[in-house]
Design a protein around this ligand. Structure first.
Ligand SMILES: Cc1ncc(C[n+]2csc(CCOP(=O)(O)OP(=O)(O)O)c2C)c(N)n1
Ligand SMILES: [Mg+2]
Length: 537
């Protein structure tokens, strides 16, 4: 109670929990705080889903989220989300209930070694003895909450022991309602950037700016200030602006483009191409990495020259010809998929070609383009790992919208849960769309479950269904592996998505052409699954 009260006083607003006996005191206290309007509480029975839901909330709000579980395997189910949060620098306060020390290591029910269970993936761990009603316990709880918030530049773990009785009835006395004094200010980069930023002179070298996930809009600003081409991955938060180069893979491998680069400035965590790490490892290229709160510094081939917390540009931008050549060449490389009808064509030809466009089958490119067109600044877009995010990264033009992808470890797990967390806490009134492959969808199908009374946000789960993991078809081994390939890599499936939608109470639409796709993307209000069958190749 004192612990949660202090978290609230420090500005923490969101709690996600799974049910369990050992954690009952925390769960009941959280429900009381919610009743008093001091916390938003989300309850999920599957802790892996709850973990990623909390991650999504923290990504969207930028504030730490409390995650509560009972003891035993419940704790281990948080590990995937904790790892992703660790690698992306997302603040999670993981509180796990445990038995007191005397009942550990002696075969007690539902008891394992919880302190240290997340290894180095948490910034700090506390193992706390059970409260027994002694004086000073409130102060200890308050100090613990402060300590946790001070360390939450990524996930932190509070393992709290509870002895019998595990809880007693209580209500929050009005007089004791904690007053939220401040919104949590996070410890990471904000503090460290007090260190003077590295000064960059645009004239010193032919420069390219690279933005991976978590980069944010600063990368775009720096590219403009430098007059540098901008390679901004689709979920970087910087995929817009006059210097954006979409066809970067091709250009990095083209004479007079990639080979002219002398200096690379990296923001965020690039993961979507081989060409970017190859460029950084080329002789004669100097790379500066601007840190972004991840646990690991991006350092391909350990060739990065400098890691800094921030950069400042001093001097006039490079001549426009430098970035201009890249931008123009990129535009020329990305042809529109459908050639527009000749302006001089008669009305009948126009009508026929428009009809043909509406009836055209949906491919991967037209799918990502339609989702991109439908998304506006008040919406949110979440991209699952695998083929579709790569397709999006290869072809989508710049647009200033909020895009998220779990690229810390690029797992196909927890994608729908993460998107639900984003949808539930988005300050804007738009729709959250999450674009996933079929295996990514099925991996997190449990996220579709809303317990009775749980809020159902505006969300569309768009499933590009090609019957398995077609990303593996692009591997060299696909040519040589023979009959086993499908069984162990493609992993074919025919799970009926419509039936799953019905089982979990989601609206469902199947889309067979581009016209239907555009309609489906703008039609729905409540949680909807849009299934888009795609060919394997
Ligand atoms: C948790 C996890 N398990 C396994 C993988 C390896 N993996 C990467 S992509 C992929 C297949 C994804 O298939 P699907 O979602 O259908 O996308 P597609 O490639 O077919 O578009 C797998 C299994 C992973 N990234 N994360
Ligand atoms: Mg697939």
């Amino acid at each position: 109670m004192a612990l949660l009260g202090e978290f609230v006083r420090l500005g923490v607003r969101d709690v996600v929990l799974g049910p369990g006996s050992r954690s009952q005191a925390l769960a009941l206290a959280a429900a009381e705080f919610e009743r008093a309007g001091l916390l938003r509480l989300r309850v999920r029975i599957d802790e892996r889903v709850g973990g990623f839901l909390a991650l999504g909330i923290a990504v969207e709000t930028g504030s730490p989220v409390i995650l509560v579980t009972t003891s035993g395997t419940a704790v281990a189910n948080l590990h995937p989300a904790v790892l992703e949060a660790h690698h992306s620098g997302v603040p999670l306060i993981v509180i796990t209930a445990d038995r007191p020390e005397s009942l550990r290591g002696v075969g007690s029910n539902q008891t394992t070694e919880q302190p240290g269970i997340f290894g180095s993936a948490v910034r700090r761990t506390w193992d706390v003895a059970p409260p027994v009603g002694e004086p000073g316990e409130t102060e200890t709880a308050v100090a613990l909450a402060r300590d946790a918030v001070a360390n939450v530049s990524g996930p932190v773990h509070l393992n709290l022991a509870f002895a019998e009785p595990l809880s007693s009835p209580f209500t929050l006395p009005e007089a004791e309602l904690p007053v939220a004094t401040s919104v949590v200010s996070l410890p990471p980069a904000t503090v460290e950037t007090a260190v003077a930023p590295l000064v960059i002179d645009p004239d010193a070298a032919a420069t390219l700016v690279v933005a991976g996930t978590c980069a944010g809009p600063r990368a775009e600003e720096v590219a403009r200030e430098l007059g540098a081409p901008l390679i901004a991955e689709v979920a970087s938060g910087a995929h817009f602006g006059p210097n954006l180069v979409v066809a970067y893979r091709e250009l990095l491998a083209t004479a007079n483009f990639g080979d002219r680069v002398e200096r690379v400035i990296v923001f965020g965590h690039p993961t979507l191409s081989r060409e970017v790490p190859a460029l950084i490892q080329r002789a004669g290229v100097e790379t500066i990495v601007v840190r972004h709160g991840s646990a690991e510094d991006y350092n391909p081939g350990r060739r990065v020259a400098q890691f800094v917390d921030a950069v400042r540009v001093e001097g006039e931008p490079a001549p426009p010809a430098w970035a201009g050549r890249w931008v123009a060449a990129s535009r020329a490389l990305i042809e529109p998929i459908d050639t527009a009808p000749d302006i001089e064509a008669d009305a009948g030809t126009h009508a026929r070609s428009e009809l043909a466009a509406v009836r055209a089958p949906v491919g991967r490119r037209s799918l990502v383009e339609a989702v991109w067109r439908a998304t506006w600044p008040h919406d949110r877009l979440v991209l699952g790992a695998s083929r579709l995010i790569r397709e999006a990264d290869k072809v989508l033009p710049g647009k200033r919208i909020t895009v998220h992808a779990n690229r810390g470890l690029a797992g196909i797990d927890g994608t729908i849960s993460t998107a639900l967390g984003i949808a539930l806490s988005s300050r804007d009134s738009g729709t959250t769309r999450v674009l996933v492959g079929d295996l990514t969808f099925l991996h997190d199908v449990g996220a579709l479950l809303f317990g009775e009374g749980e809020e159902r946000p505006r969300i569309q789960v768009i499933v590009g269904n090609d019957g398995g993991g077609t990303i593996f078809d692009g591997l060299e081994v696909a040519q040589s592996a023979g009959a086993s390939f499908d069984r162990v890599l493609y992993t074919p499936q025919h799970a009926p998505v419509e039936a799953l939608a019905a089982a979990y109470g989601w609206e469902y639409r199947r889309v067979d052409n581009r016209g239907q796709l555009d309609q489906a993307l703008t039609a729905s209000i409540g949680p909807t699954i849009v299934e888009v069958p795609l060919p394997r190749s």
